[in-house]
Design a protein around this ligand. Structure first.
Ligand code: NAP
Ligand code: GLV
Length: 306
């Protein structure tokens, strides 16, 4: 079995060493133009040339959860596309979202400003019942986040495509329940995949339906959010702030209004990082299962787009 690794932004050597150790007998090498035909590819943001030159790939294993960038490419006709399925991401996402939520709810940004000025002052405690949290996307990451937030006793709502039953979470499903989901949400967390249906889903109309003084935590993809609509709602007073980890253009360009906005917190797409060892172990397990004809978790439905 031959495996090519083509992960832009990651050093290939540790991936090749890890996959070789986990799959004895396999030839694992970095993909270069003209490389021999492989059975499987392990990828992150590969060029179209990889797939054009490797039409007989059986499996394409993404080293991330989101496959939106891959689905813009022409994949080999028979290849099964497999995403990372948690691999240590959900706990990172839960801690990141809870941190952003608690920082906003407890006004820790205000306390940081006070401390910088040497001021000892208190803010009035606010009831958490006034801060219902709505999680868009109740998949691998969204469910973990929703349950972590529920652990802090915030009211939690969740929205997904198909109906769900998640303990401690009031669940809404489908386009017909979207408005009801938004109307009872004050802190909106986005954990949807980016698909034609979800692109621009956070816009003036949808964000305008949130409860007053809403807060947006976008940890999925930048193209879910219409930047200028967020800015208009912040500046118009309907939204209180936003924590943004993902952007339409990454890195966020210098001079983009998000950088300097006093009520926007920017982080560099870091809420849930690919953990190399966990990811290698998971991908190796899946390649073994694939070769033995066993079912795989995390196979992407190309029609749905996730
Ligand atoms: P997942 O397991 O595939 O879950 C996706 C969820 O979104 C599912 O609950 C799905 O509903 C729901 N959904 C999809 N389309 C929908 C629609 N049109 N309307 C309503 N709900 C819809 O994905 P995941 O592993 O949780 O990851 C989610 C996303 O997080 C990834 O796609 C990626 O973009 C992003 N991410 C970001 C980072 C970061 O560092 N910022 C890291 C990892 C992932 P059903 O359950 O009904 O199918
Ligand atoms: C990161 O954004 C991922 O999709 O894994």
């Amino acid at each position: 079995m031959r495996i090519v690794v083509c992960c832009t932004e990651m050093k290939p050597a540790p991936w090749i060493a890890g996959l070789s150790a986990a799959l004895p007998g396999a030839t694992v090498e970095e993909w270069r133009p003209g490389a021999p035909q492989a059975d499987h590819a392990v990828v992150w943001a590969p060029p179209q040339q990889l797939f054009d030159e490797q039409p007989r790939l059986k499996g394409v294993f993404n080293t991330g959860a989101g496959v939106d960038a891959l689905l813009k490419l022409r994949l080999p006709p028979e290849a099964v596309l497999v995403r990372l399925d948690d691999a240590g991401m959900s706990v990172q996402m839960a801690e990141f979202v809870c941190h952003a939520l608690v920082r906003h709810f407890r006004e820790l940004d205000g306390y940081e400003r006070d401390a910088a000025e040497g001021r000892w002052s208190f803010r009035r405690p606010r009831p958490r019942s006034d801060f219902p949290v709505g999680v868009m996307g109740l998949g691998v990451l969204g469910q973990r986040v929703a349950q972590a937030v529920a652990g802090f006793e915030f009211p939690v709502r969740g929205w997904s495509r198909g109906a769900k039953d998640v303990p401690g979470v009031q669940c809404f499903a489908g386009a017909q329940q979207f408005d009801a989901f938004l109307a009872g949400t004050r802190v909106l967390v986005n954990l949807l995949p980016l698909t034609p249906e979800t692109e621009n889903i956070m816009n003036r109309a949808t964000l305008g339906r949130l409860l007053p003084a809403g807060y947006v935590i976008n940890v999925a993809r930048g193209a879910h959010l219409v930047d200028e609509d967020l800015l208009a709602l912040l500046d118009g007073g309907h939204l209180a702030g936003a924590a943004l980890d993902v952007f339409r253009t990454e890195p966020l360009p210098p001079g983009h209004p998000f950088w300097a906005h006093p009520r926007i917190t920017v982080t560099p797409h870091t809420s849930a990082r690919t953990l190399r060892d966990e990811s290698i172990a998971q991908i190796a397990r899946k390649i073994r299962a694939f070769e033995q004809g066993e079912p795989l978790v995390g196979v992407v439905d190309l029609q749905r787009g996730y």
